[in-house]
Design a protein. Structure first.
Ligand code: 5GP
Length: 117
């Protein structure tokens, strides 16, 4: 079981922002922006590649609700999902990072901005 599934099951605590029967939003334990929220489906999907497209619309509504709640819907934010090894995914349960509260540079989104492709 991944750490996020344990959070959904209530086995590990989280700093909750918003919850409904299908999704959960909580503060990232190691924030990389003044506002850093993780948004997950309660049902297990390893990553975006495995996600049920029929659930994505509802998840988008939930994400938009979280952005309003955090007061970043007007100021703006970045929504990121890391997928698999090259995407830098560490927790193998689909999650979106909602990052805001400051003007973000693009290098904030990559682990090695110096790398050449
Ligand atoms: P990934 O690299 O998989 O896209 O992101 C995983 C994120 O989960 C990281 O930003 C990390 O700080 C966060 N994280 C890992 N373990 C925990 C935890 O137990 N609680 C919370 N709230 N965040 C966690």
């Amino acid at each position: 079981m991944t750490i996020f599934e344990k959070i959904v099951a209530g086995e590990i605590p989280c700093n909750k922002v918003l919850e409904n029967d299908k999704f959960l939003a909580f503060h990232d334990i190691n924030p990389k922006a003044p506002i850093h929220i993780l948004i997950i489906p309660k049902k297990h999907f390893e990553n975006i590649q495995e996600m049920d497209p029929n659930l994505m619309g509802e998840m988008l509504l939930f994400i938009q609700q979280v952005a309003r709640l955090m007061g970043v819907d007007k100021s703006g934010y970045r929504l990121v999902t890391n997928c698999g090894e090259n995407g830098g995914q560490e927790v193998m349960h689909l999650h979106f990072h909602l990052l805001g509260g400051a003007k973000l540079g693009w290098s904030d989104a990559v682990t090695n901005p110096q790398s050449t492709f």
